[in-house]
Design a protein around this ligand. Structure first.
Ligand code: ADP
Ligand code: MG
Length: 624
């Protein structure tokens, strides 16, 4: 990934130009949003002062959607329409999640896209849609606090999330209209929050026990960058399981196995409250709406219930450390993350295993969002002093050459990878059967100012009138930064593709220089682009008109009419080399007007040949 290290050009934004960047911890149980305000990363509370937004969404039958605490409160009365822990279902099919303990709370169905759907009385909803609702609520909160639209967000995902799960997370952000700077792994975010990136080097173990998942990651800091040496964990182990364990105990105590869903949810809610109380008290009381019986749970009893799970996490820690090939004594810091690390027995177990006091000064619930906010702040360019960033984004824009030496950007720089973007183009000339695709990289508007990456051809386009063919050009960049470009004629399906390494041979300072140049030339490039577009338009009009005149000029035009058109054509022809785009535009319009009568007559004669107005994204080079 060394190729993807870029340095932000040294812009010096004044305070008013600070961009609004947020870090979002899209958690299984709780989600948070944080931002750097006056130099400090902090989580943002809602209007009632709550920082944590329960990751719960309620779908009302009238189409109303409720998110957060209010939704959580509705879980008991409307179990099927109130969706929690959907992170477990992100990018997952029905067969993947059947066994999951949270799956039985819902009516699930399969969908062709491979992801499960929740059947609610408001219709089927996907985990992506549910997550988008959570993201929207957080972004609304942030936009209110920061008084403006968010420029970019870093969203965290567990280190073990696979491509489908990451993609689903990005899709949720897209659905919510959030510009994603990148996805960041949760342990890295936690390490950033503790400022561990500031030391020269070192090894960090991040122990994250949340609501739905356990995640242990061994990170190595090297020259300011975190490398994930190994990860381990359990996607089905977390505070939810502690709650379930308590529910099991409650069922035994009450002598009833709860099959009623609403009662089951109530038991869960009570169990969670008791568990959280036990982190600071020795006993907790539990009561239920349908029975007079009260239960008292002691911390000791609770610890006994969860001891197997806790031991399990420590076993995983040992194995993960072994996988990383490092000894315990080499670890420089152990970080506690996740609400469940508030459980004293968990802290003790981690301390015992690691032989040191784990870092827990920061609120374990907020540490991930805080780190993400720091990273977001850096990525939007609010911290020009920072130099190298390890980015899984493309460092420079990718595009293709279009008519008139212009670059059509298809993938903007800093897009997170892997990615796929497609855009449709068309032919420029009648009967064109081949098209040259020139892939370029850079921020400038003109091809000659960008870097050429690859050229290839699409052949076998059936002859059609100009503009009728539909050529879909697709850019795909995989996680390793490998680019492949495909061009396909949609009608016939003929296809051609090429693979390129986008950053190949570009050293960091070259990338920085290209970016700098694009900022410096931004104004000039725009003028150049306008001029090129005007010339292109003019050329297309001239060419189209000439072709039409050759066929119908004699039969449809009076001599005087023909003379007028010829005169205006000549004038425009002469003007093509002019540097004044407005002049070219004026003359193009004059010629259009002069040829209107002719165009009308041709139309009447029902001969459909496009006279002008070709789409600017037609491709330039015709090959035959
Ligand atoms: P996630 O990352 O899965 O969204 P969090 O880090 O927010 O989860 O952790 C949520 C879990 O932490 C829940 O199971 C919750 O009950 C538990 N939790 C929160 N506070 C406490 C506490 N004081 N004691 C024990 N568990 C707690
Ligand atoms: Mg978490």
């Amino acid at each position: 990934m060394a190729l993807l290290q870029i340095s932000e050009p040294g812009r010096t934004p004044d305070p008013h130009q600070r961009k609004r960047a947020v870090g979002i911890d899209l958690g299984t149980t709780n989600s948070l949003v944080a931002s750097v305000i006056s130099g400090t990363a902090r989580t943002l509370p809602d209007q009632s002062g709550q920082h944590m937004l329960p990751s719960v969404v309620h779908y009302g039958s009238e189409g109303n959607v409720v998110v957060g605490e209010a939704a959580r409160a509705m879980a008991v009365d409307y179990p099927e329409n109130t969706l929690a822990s959907v992170k477990r279902f992100m990018g997952r099919g029905l067969s993947d999640v059947k066994e999951d303990s949270s799956a039985r709370q819902y009516r699930l169905s399969d969908c062709d896209d491979g992801m499960v759907r929740f059947e609610t009385s408001a219709g089927d909803v996907s985990p992506v849609e549910v997550s988008a609702q959570i993201l929207l609520a957080l972004v609304d909160r942030a936009q209110e606090t920061l008084a403006g639209t968010i420029d970019g967000a870093v969203i965290t995902v567990p280190a073990y999330f696979d491509e489908a799960q990451r993609q689903a997370t990005k899709d949720a952000a897209t659905l919510a209209g959030i510009p994603v700077l990148r996805l960041l792994s949760e342990p890295t975010a936690a390490a950033l929050a503790y400022g561990l990136d500031q030391s020269a080097q070192g090894l960090v173990a991040v122990y994250d026990l949340g609501g739905g998942t356990f995640d242990i990651s061994i990170l190595r800091l090297h020259e300011g960058l975190f490398e994930v040496l190994s990860t381990g964990g359990d996607t089905a182990l977390g505070g939810d399981d502690f709650d379930e364990a308590i529910v099991g105990w409650v069922s035994e105590e009450l002598g009833e196995l709860e099959t009623d869903r609403a009662r089951y949810r109530e038991m869960l809610r009570e169990a969670r409250a008791a568990k959280e109380a036990l982190s600071s008290n020795e006993t907790a009381q539990m009561r239920f709406s349908w029975t007079e019986t009260r239960l008292t749970l002691s911390r000791e009893k609770f610890e006994e219930m969860i001891s197997e799970s806790v031991t399990q996490t420590v076993r995983t820690c040992r194995r993960t450390l072994r996988d990383a090939g490092v000894g315990l004594e080499e670890i420089d810091a152990v970080v506690l993350v996740g609400g469940s690390t508030r459980v004293p027995a968990v802290r003790e177990a981690v301390a015992l295993w690691s032989g040191r006091e784990p870092l827990a000064d920061l609120d374990p619930d907020r540490v991930v969002a805080t780190g993400a906010a720091l990273q977001a702040d850096q990525l939007v360019g609010n911290r020009p002093g920072d130099e190298l960033l390890l980015l899984d984004v493309i460092p420079l824009s990718l595009g293709i050459e279009t008519m008139g030496n212009l670059v059509e950007k298809i993938v903007p720089r800093n897009s997170t990878i892997p990615l796929q973007r497609a855009q449709e183009f068309t032919t420029y000339k009648d009967g064109q059967t081949a098209m040259a695709i020139h892939v370029v990289q850079g921020e400038r508007e003109l091809v000659s100012d960008c870097r050429s990456l690859a050229r290839f051809e699409l052949r076998g386009i059936p002859p059609m009138v100009a503009g009728a063919a539909r050529i879909l050009v697709t850019f795909q960049v995989d996680a390793d930064g490998l680019l492949s470009v495909t061009a396909r004629e949609e009608g016939t399906g003929v296809e051609s593709r090429v693979q390129v390494q986008p950053s190949y041979g570009l050293r960091e300072e070259e990338i920085a220089n290209m970016l700098k140049a694009s900022f410096e030339h931004a104004g000039g490039d725009k003028v150049a682009r306008q001029l090129a577009e005007r010339r292109l338009e003019a050329g297309q009009l001239l060419e189209g008109l000439q072709a039409a005149l050759d066929v119908d000029g004699d039969s449809l035009l009076e001599v005087a009419e023909r003379e007028t058109i010829d005169r205006e054509m000549l004038a425009l022809q002469k003007m093509l080399d002019s540097e004044d785009d407005r002049e070219i535009k004026r003359q193009t319009e004059r010629l259009s007007r002069a040829s209107e009568v002719f165009a009308g007559r041709r139309m009447n004669a029902s001969i459909s040949v496009a006279l002008s107005g070709q789409a600017l994204d037609s491709l330039d080079k015709e090959l035959n």
